[in-house]
Write a protein that binds this ligand. Structure first.
Ligand code: RIB
Length: 314
């Protein structure tokens, strides 16, 4: 690999309060959980740490509150090598928090109090990125920040010829003008359903959704389909890139590991189908561990995993 690619992540920073539970409680119910763990998270911060562990040089652009959670988040991501000079401390809003319930099947349900992430402005993000465009190999942005910020990042990246990967999570009704300039748009099935307005639940509907989204501007669509893998659709290609069967402990954050791995592979010049396979491996490793940021895999782990799971027929 020729140097570490410099990648900006414009996204959310959130403290995760994770409760393991036999199931999600019903309305009005008082249910005894198995346990509790707190850890730094947020789609942007998770992806930035994943990028660092996968061999990139990430720069995180986001907002935290002037509070304990914000300080823990920043100290943790810095320890992993993420540059945080462009994270603004919001004097009024609290650091974002997420209450995450992980059930006995490893599936998660998340309630987010978005806090400082909602205060991210177009002006401050544009001013920060202006200093970095010339050195950036890629930009990664997600939907856990204001829509106008996502739109500005995508449009500016497009204008500066810097590849931009848009993680279309969490599900939000962000308009086509926000993401049409994406190099790669990557929703999971639920997020894809939100974007196209019909259920996406299998290969056929994932392909239909990918084609409908592709027709609106992005250069490639990658629909994350959990343990089944990912559907890659471009103007000239339609590939179902198979996933890896693993023991699921906790699916939270797997999408962040996936999108970070996809971005780093693209920044290194890998072909899209190879990049998606690399991303599937990163996502598979993340679901074998409990937690969000803590579950992000390293480059060595992903490469060893891929060696242990060679392509069939090769
Ligand atoms: O993708 C997982 C992340 O989504 C969690 O870390 C949580 O903060 C939520 O934003």
């Amino acid at each position: 690999m020729a140097g570490r690619p410099r990648i900006a992540v414009v996204g959310s920073i959130i403290m995760d309060l994770m409760v393991t539970t036999p199931r999600v409680p019903q309305r009005g119910e008082n249910l005894l959980a198995h346990g509790f763990k707190m850890g730094p998270g947020g789609k942007g911060a998770n992806s930035a740490v994943a990028l660092a562990r996968l061999g990139a040089e990430p720069l995180l652009v986001g907002r935290v509150g002037d509070d304990y959670f914000g300080r823990v988040e920043l100290e943790t991501v810095r320890r992993d090598g993420v540059q945080t000079d462009s994270v603004v401390i919001d004097p009024e809003r609290h650091t974002g928090i997420a209450i995450i319930m992980v059930d006995d099947y490893g599936e998660n349900t998340i309630l987010v109090a978005i806090g400082a992430n909602a205060g991210l402005t177009v002006e401050e993000v544009a001013a920060t990125l202006r200093l970095h465009w010339a050195q950036l190999a890629a930009v990664l942005v997600n939907f856990e920040i204001p829509e106008e910020v996502v739109r500005t990042v995508v449009q500016k990246a497009h204008a500066c010829h810097v590849p931009v990967v848009v993680d279309a999570g969490p599900p939000r009704h962000y308009g086509v003008e926000t993401w049409r300039g994406a190099t790669v748009l990557s929703p999971n099935m639920l997020e894809a359903s939100t974007m196209v307005g019909y259920p996406v639940e299998d290969e056929a509907t994932a392909e239909r959704a990918a084609r409908d989204l592709l027709a609106q501007g992005p250069q490639a669509i990658v629909v994350k389909m959990g343990d089944r893998g990912a559907m890659l659709v471009t103007a000239t290609e339609r590939t179902m890139v198979e996933g890896f069967p693993v023991q699921v402990v906790d699916t939270t954050g797997a999408g962040d590991a996936f999108t970070a791995a996809l971005t780093v592979a693209l920044a290194e010049g890998q072909l899209l189908s190879g990049a998606v396979r690399f991303a599937n491996a990163a996502g598979a490793l993340a679901v074998t561990r409990f937690g969000t940021m803590a579950a992000m895999p390293t480059r060595q782990e992903v490469e060893a995993f891929l060696r242990a799971h060679p392509l069939r027929g090769c």
